[in-house]
Ligand binder design. Structure first.
Ligand SMILES: Cc1cc2nc3c(=O)[nH]c(=O)nc-3n(C[C@H](O)[C@H](O)[C@H](O)COP(=O)(O)OP(=O)(O)OC[C@H]3O[C@@H](n4cnc5c(N)ncnc54)[C@H](O)[C@@H]3O)c2cc1C
Length: 461
């Protein structure tokens, strides 16, 4: 018979285990250690601080207010802001290289381009500064015995397999979580995964000869092309990390671009203003892997009061709203709030409230991310859509408390939940659909009949 694990303690000194030292696992380690817990983290990959970041490639993410709040909760937001580049607006590049612009929010509101590798390394450094935190790299979770509370790990370098007992486990092991795989085998666990018929390819827009940015630095660049798009976020060294989101199959697709000549002529025809800034594009297209895009939903996220999923392990989403990591950091904020409220003697309540509070919000975020895919690849190229956004900006300025654009609710309003943001966004979109037939140019907004309609829609007396 297996030896029984030690009796479970319920105080803040209870040792906790986290699976995965990615973005969410390393931030969670900080939160739990600050609460006084000894925290043991296991990570499948080698230590990125020793290996060189992700094979030396720069990959960046957009960090916004929910993420900043998660980082501020352990006092690290300002350190990270120093290495972020604020992006105040979208810059759209059409097929002739003409530019249009769309601010993200009000003046001074920005999302931040942050290097994924350095953010992860900074969080690992900070977590390891806590004497209570121990991170062991190169340890892959192979199996999980939920009732027996035992991890079956493989030391990746030697292949040696060993067991570790835990009292409480947090699964922050990403979209293809091994912790979640064990939960999926328990009774009445729902699970779905939905792939887009699109993949993505990371490419580089080079820095200028003196390390200068060759496109507007403080912006997120978009090349919307109907059923596909390319985006680019700035790096500190003057380069941009570009990502092509592209169908796997079809006329214009990964399948259709088989040779360097195919790639060169496709880019020259499709992204004429970007190509001169992408001297390595053909090599990179074939050297860099094609990533897939998946939405994962599951429930429950907890097993009794002993295991809890967070981050992509619980709710992986497509990247088009730039919210996956932000949502994962918000998980850390919410878990910490619930621990403040109920204390570590009530893990069952904490886990129950966590999954019930977060699930509708991360489901809404998953829908929003899919919705934004269409907006980014297609609608941002439509002058009527850009006019609608300008009119929404005017309504928002005229009725500041009453009308907050959907993007701002999701990105800059961490006190509004994702589900509330999505519901309000849908209500506002319905109003815009009624209003826009009366508006042909920006100045029409001032027309008395349009003002009357807006007043009526917003029930202004
Ligand atoms: C192309 C792209 C662009 C994105 N852009 C943005 C953006 O702009 N803004 C944003 O907020 N989000 C973005 N995201 C989403 C973001 O990357 C994820 O939401 C975030 O990385 C989730 O963090 P995590 O810690 O939950 O998972 P991960 O970052 O995946 O970390 C999981 C960790 O667990 C480890 N692990 C996995 N399996 C095991 C195992 N069996 N045993 C031990 N360890 C294991 C992994 O090695 C990894 O280190 C983007 C995603 C993609 C794909």
């Amino acid at each position: 018979m297996e030896p029984m694990p030690d009796a479970i303690s319920t105080d803040a000194a209870e040792p906790l285990v986290i699976m995965g030292a990615g973005l969410v696992g390393s931030l969670l380690a900080l939160y739990l250690a600050r609460r006084g817990h000894p925290v043991q983290v296991f990570e499948r990959l080698p230590d990125p601080r020793q290996q060189g970041l992700l094979g030396g490639r720069s990959i960046n993410l957009a960090l916004s207010d929910r993420g900043w709040r998660g980082l501020a909760g352990v006092g690290v937001a300002e350190d990270i802001r120093q290495v972020g580049i604020p992006m105040y607006r979208r810059v759209m590049h059409d097929g002739q290289g003409n530019l249009t612009f769309q601010p993200y929010g009000q003046e001074n509101q920005a999302i931040y381009s942050i290097n994924r590798g350095s953010l992860n390394c900074t969080l690992l450094d900070l977590a390891e500064k806590e004497p209570q935190v121990q991170i062991t790299f190169g340890q892959k979770l192979m199996q999980l015995d939920l009732p027996g509370r035992r991890l079956h790990l493989q030391d990746v370098a030697s292949g040696h397999e060993h067991d570790v007992a835990y009292e409480r486990l947090f699964g922050a092991d990403g979209a293809f979580s091994a912790v979640r795989a064990a939960l999926q085998r328990t009774d009445r666990t729902d699970y779905s995964q939905q792939y887009l018929e699109y993949g993505y390819k990371e490419l580089t827009i080079a820095a200028g000869p003196a390390g200068e940015w060759q496109l507007e630095k403080n912006a997120l660049h978009i090349w919307p092309r109907g059923n596909f798009l390319m985006i680019a976020l700035p790096n500190l060294d003057g380069s941009f990390n570009a990502t092509l989101f592209f169908p796997y199959e079809g006329d214009k697709s990964f399948a259709a671009l088989q040779t360097p000549a195919d790639v060169a002529s496709f880019f020259a025809a499709t992204f004429p203003d970007a190509v001169p800034l992408m001297p390595q594009v053909t090599e990179e297209f074939f050297d860099h892997p094609t990533g897939s895009l998946v939405t994962i939903r599951c429930f429950p996220w907890a097993y009794r009061d002993t295991v809890l999923l967070l981050g992509d392990a619980a709710h992986a989403i497509v990247p088009f709203y730039g919210q996956g990591m932000n949502a994962g950091f918000e998980d850390c904020t919410v878990l910490n709030q619930l621990l403040e409220q109920h204390g570590e003697a009530n893990w069952d309540r904490v886990m129950d409230e966590f999954e019930h509070q977060r699930k509708p919000n991360t489901d809404a975020m998953a829908d929003l991310a899919l919705y934004n895919f269409v907006e980014m690849r297609d609608r941002v190229a439509d002058p009527r859509f850009l006019l609608q956004k300008k009119i929404e900006g005017k309504i928002s300025a005229q009725y500041p408390g009453q009308w907050v654009p959907l993007y701002s609710r999701v990105t800059f309003s961490p006190d509004t939940s994702y589900a509330e943001a999505w519901a309000a966004g849908q209500r506002q979109e319905a109003i815009m659909q009624r209003l826009m037939p009366h508006i042909q140019v920006e100045a029409d907004y001032e027309a008395p009949e349009v003002q009357a309609l807006v007043n009526k829609e917003l029930s202004v007396k």
